[in-house]
Design a protein around this ligand. Structure first.
Ligand SMILES: [Zn+2]
Length: 675
């Protein structure tokens, strides 16, 4: 019997045959695909002819075709519709794939062929895209240590392995601290809490067998508790426990782990020939250098601090009029900000919801893609991994562009959050391949055939993920490794965050934000209040974020600090951190930076992307038309179709005629008024 994953997929558009496969088919398929990939790699290194771009780089691009196909069916399903068997497979595949990855990056014969092509590159008559793929391929090898031998190679291997142990330990300590602490709430302790917070606190209490409601350190409970609890003493107690995660002494204390991690990162960068770890990390990013990152953060910092300082004065007066003396404290901010928000923009989610229907918001996203890029969407049926998954064929002028899938509803088998992934990415090498792109969200599923309704945040998430999908669907490159969203981390959120702006376009809301029962458009007054509320308390949010980003950078762009906590204190002192705001993530629980490498000296990238999306959308605003055809065409020709085939800064400059400035971001966050 043939494994349906390994047979030819004679399905509509070559979609995975979800209706014919079972969980048992994956392990043998991955085994076979890995064996095939290893054989393909061996064929490259054993090839009798001298290395060429075609027999080495292109062959490498195609070596994992079957593996990519099988995993492209598995991982999207494992994330969005898991079960114990699929979780077991994930645990089984992770070390197998890691071992395969190390085998490739340590393959000296393979690297020697790449080096030979690299040395000869100017004589080879390569296209710009080929030069870029060659550069990226070689750089990936060099950055994983392919140029090191003997003791140095051994040292790098030891450092990397210790770093991965430290990252896991950091995460587990943090989880242990978060699980260990809770505070029971008796009758009087519930004062001020709305029903939904009490319900969450009761559910948390039941889970802990506490015999009543409790506050825990889960963000979804402690944040609303700090917003609503009238009890200043309890807010302080809860806040201090939250801020102390990872720094409680004993076995779960993360401070020594953070120091060791920073020391090893410095060593890793040194072995690879970089001055600092930040230089190593930022080499692959659009920002490029630590100075460019610091420059951007400081441009945002000063206006954000000014806005937060002005807000703090208002909140402190509210504190004093409640009969408390002394300064506004971190456990007061959210409480008084919430009271002020209510007074300034009384926005009732319940009033808003009927206007934001899921189906209408999907239509709105499609309509924007149609007006901007001429894309048409027709719903189709075909094999899916779950009956809730909807599918559309995307065409332009009658030609097939992509398959777009939307898996919108929450369920127990889906991990939390929202994301975009491709079951298959666009490429031309080895035949024109169009992408299969999936958006996954966690919106509440309605009962009894009622229309699904979204919050404004949900609608924004839908547009965000659809922006990532456009980046995949409009991709137009030859090579898989640079297709679609395969771009620098600080560039990848540009298309998604940019697309969110079209949700705020008044004509889009007027057309698509219609009442579920009456079909009437949203009243102007409600629309205004909804849009005004989106920039509320931005001084606070920007300060807590930028402070974290500056500490992250300060940890990595010089010698590793012996005592990271002291270094953190020095950095906050030097930037004049406001008294009543603390870092969004302090060092002992800064998982972005210490749970792994992903966002180390990269926490800035959220803001970097936001600077760009605000600046990019301003191009449409300056033209006076959010659907200006010329600008949309240029956006597609540069940012959306090029994937990673061109350096991100060059792509942006080709779109906008210059690099982005922070002006549009400050305006969008309402921070231009305070400065
Ligand atoms: Zn995103």
């Amino acid at each position: 019997m043939t494994n349906p994953l390994l047979a030819a997929w004679d399905t509509p558009f070559g979609l995975p045959p979800f209706d014919r496969m079972s969980d048992d088919d994956f392990a043998p398929a991955v085994d076979a695909a890995l064996a095939e990939a290893r054989a393909n790699i061996a064929a490259i290194t054993d090839y009798p002819e001298p290395p060429t771009f075609a027999n080495t780089i292109e062959a490498l691009e195609q070596a994992e075709e079957t593996l990519g196909r099988v995993l492209g069916a598995f991982y999207p399903m494992a994330g969005a519709d898991s079960n114990p068997a699929r979780e077991g497979l994930q645990r089984e595949f992770a070390p197998m794939l890691a071992a395969y990855g190390s085998e490739i990056s340590e393959n000296k014969a393979l690297f020697a062929r790449i080096e030979a092509i690299w040395a000869d590159r100017d004589a080879l008559d390569l296209t710009d895209e080929q030069k870029r793929v060659l550069m990226l391929t070689r750089r990936g090898f060099v950055r994983s240590g392919a140029q090191l031998d003997g003791a140095e190679a051994e040292a790098l291997r030891a450092v990397k392995s210790r770093l991965s142990v430290l990252g896991t330990q950091f995460t587990q300590n943090l989880l242990a601290d978060e699980r260990a602490w809770f505070m029971p709430l008796d009758g009087d302790d519930l004062t001020g809490l709305p029903d939904f917070v009490i319900a969450t606190a009761r559910a948390a209490g039941a889970e802990k067998d506490a015999g009543g409601p409790v506050v825990t350190l889960s963000r979804s409970l402690i944040v609303p508790f700090l917003q609503f609890s009238d009890r200043r003493d309890l807010r302080q107690k809860a806040y201090e426990a939250w801020a102390a995660r990872g720094a409680n002494g004993g076995k779960t204390d993360n401070r020594a782990l953070a120091a060791e991690t920073l020391r090893l990162r410095e060593q890793r960068a040194g072995l690879l020939g970089y001055d600092t770890f930040a230089d190593f990390k930022l080499e692959t990013e659009m920002a490029g250098t630590p100075d460019a990152v610091r420059d951007l953060l400081m441009q945002v910092w000063e206006p954000a601090k000014a806005a937060a300082t002005a807000d703090a004065k208002v909140l402190e007066r509210m504190l004093h009029s409640d009969g408390f003396d002394g300064p506004l404290e971190p456990w007061d901010w959210r409480y008084y900000a919430e009271k002020r928000r209510k007074a300034l923009h009384d926005l009732d989610e319940a009033e808003l919801k009927p206007y934001l229907q899921l189906d209408r918001m999907i239509d709105a996203a499609f309509a924007c893609a149609n007006r901007l890029f001429g894309l048409d969407f027709a719903e189709i049926t075909g094999p899916t991994y779950h009956p809730d998954v909807r599918m559309w064929e995307v065409t332009r002028d009658g030609c097939h562009v992509a398959v777009f899938m939307g898996d919108y509803f929450a369920r127990g088998s889906k991990r939390s959050g929202a994301w975009c992934t491709a079951l298959r990415t666009q490429k031309r090498l080895g035949g024109d391949t169009r992408p299969h792109v999936l958006n996954v969200c966690n919106f509440a599923k309605p009962q009894n055939g009622e229309p699904a309704l979204l919050s404004y945040d949900d609608a924004r998430t839908l547009f965000h993920e659809f922006g990532h999908a456009l980046h995949q669907m409009l991709s137009d490159v030859t090579y898989d490794s640079i297709s679609g969203t395969s771009v620098a981390r600080d560039f990848v959120e540009l298309p998604s965050q940019l697309f969110e702006h079209w949700l705020e376009v008044p004509q889009v809301l007027a057309e698509f934000a219609t009442h579920a029962d009456t079909g009437q458009p949203m009243p102007q007054d409600l629309l205004d209040r909804m849009l005004a509320a989106t920039t509320y308390d931005m001084g606070f949010q920007t300060v807590e974020y930028v402070a974290s980003a500056l500490v992250d950078l300060g940890f990595h762009d010089g010698p590793a600090p012996v005592d990271p906590m002291q270094k953190q204190a020095e950095i906050l002192e030097s930037i004049g951190m406001p008294h009543a705001i603390r870092m969004r993530h302090a060092t002992p629980h800064f998982a972005h930076v210490f749970s792994g490498d992903g966002y180390s000296s990269g926490y800035y990238s959220y803001m970097w992307s936001e600077v760009m999306d605000a600046d990019a959308f301003a191009a449409f605003e300056e033209a006076g038309d959010p659907f200006d055809a010329d600008i949309a065409k240029r956006l597609e020709a540069t940012v959306l179709s090029s994937g990673g085939s061109v350096d991100a800064a060059d792509l942006y400059t080709a779109f906008r005629g210059r690099l982005p400035g922070v002006g549009a971001l400050l305006k969008g966050r309402g921070l231009d008024r305070a400065a």
